[in-house]
Design a protein around this ligand. Structure first.
Ligand SMILES: Nc1ncnc2c1ncn2[C@@H]1O[C@H](COP(=O)(O)OP(=O)(O)OP(=O)(O)O)[C@@H](O)[C@H]1O
Length: 281
């Protein structure tokens, strides 16, 4: 919309009038919208005219070969990398390209990297408590400032991630899978609207993978979170995916149900290999 026509549009809300913390507005569209986004590193186009739309409450899986641009895409959404061109919107109000990383995080976009980074010496409970604290160096319990509201939220999150029984044990003794769930719980403490999760099941046992599938599918939903999962494990993707986006050379090669993309000849050629049923089973 041009500046002049936006002046005439009574519903138009100017960026500078919207406080960074105002709630995400998904009444008229998606929760996340990337349009014609490109970024080059030393002349190499890592993201090339990328278009992506994530609906409110959706659970989307992103797959693609190494170097397809999945991490760079996440970096652009969270403000770590600035694209050369394009636009990135969170709901219809928040222009993410006008914000820095902390501002974007405070809007309710949580990111989980592949490797869990919990505080091993602290208990599971304290890790969740710390995720809520404004000053990460001081546990609220030490200053006797933990409110009932925070305590209730911790209880809720402990139940969601299935670690109630382990609440008082040090996070260091958790299995790899349990650490991943705790870290997801730490993100949930902030009541995010969008979760970006990088390879959640790498290194997990079958049982942990099943539990993670339940956790992620349970988190997604309208009025709850939207979840974007980058994952290489096709069995896991098949078990959780409604819609799969295949990235290749920085743009969307295919999008659809797991079955649709697994049988797409272009996807088979660049990513899945010759036998989609075998690879995607
Ligand atoms: N900061 C950077 N400087 C130079 N090149 C970069 C930078 N970040 C990413 N790239 C390049 O951009 C391309 C896309 O990388 P990216 O890490 O986004 O891919 P990916 O899909 O996440 O891969 P993987 O599945 O291996 O994690 C790669 O060729 C990578 O080498």
């Amino acid at each position: 919309m041009s500046f002049l026509s936006s002046l005439a549009d009574r519903d138009h809300v100017f960026d500078f009038l919207v406080p960074a913390t105002s709630p995400v507005d998904v009444r008229h569209g998606p929760i996340l919208y990337l349009e014609d986004v490109s970024v080059s590193f030393d002349g190499f186009k890592a993201i090339d005219d990328l278009n992506l739309t994530i609906d409110d409450g959706e659970l989307r899986c992103i797959i693609g070969p190494n170097g397809a641009g999945k991490t760079t895409m996440m970096d652009i959404i969270t403000g770590k990398t600035r694209p050369d061109t394009g636009s990135v919107w969170f709901g219809s109000r928040h222009n993410l390209l006008a914000m820095n990383e902390p501002e974007i995080a405070s809007l309710g976009i949580g990111r989980k990297f592949q490797k869990p980074t919990v505080f091993e010496a602290l208990s599971v409970f304290e890790n969740l408590e710390l995720a809520m604290a404004a000053d990460k160096r001081i546990l609220p319990t030490l200053t006797a400032r933990m409110t009932g509201e925070v305590r209730d939220r911790i209880e809720e999150v402990l139940e969601t991630i299935g670690l109630e029984e382990l609440r008082n044990g040090p996070a260091g003794i958790l299995s790899h899978g349990q650490k991943q769930w705790l870290e997801i719980g730490m993100l949930l403490m902030q009541r995010p609207r969008l979760l970006l999760i990088d390879e959640p099941v790498a290194g997990m046992t079958e049982q942990e993978m099943e539990r993670t599938a339940e956790l992620l599918t349970g988190l997604a939903g309208k009025g709850k979170q939207s979840v974007v999962v980058v994952e290489h494990d096709m069995g896991f993707v098949r078990s959780i995916a409604r819609t799969v986006t295949v990235l290749h050379q920085g743009s969307v090669l295919a999008e659809g149900s797991m079955d649709q993309v697994a049988h797409d000849p272009r996807v088979i050629e660049v990513y899945l290999g010759a036998d989609p049923d075998e690879e995607a089973a």
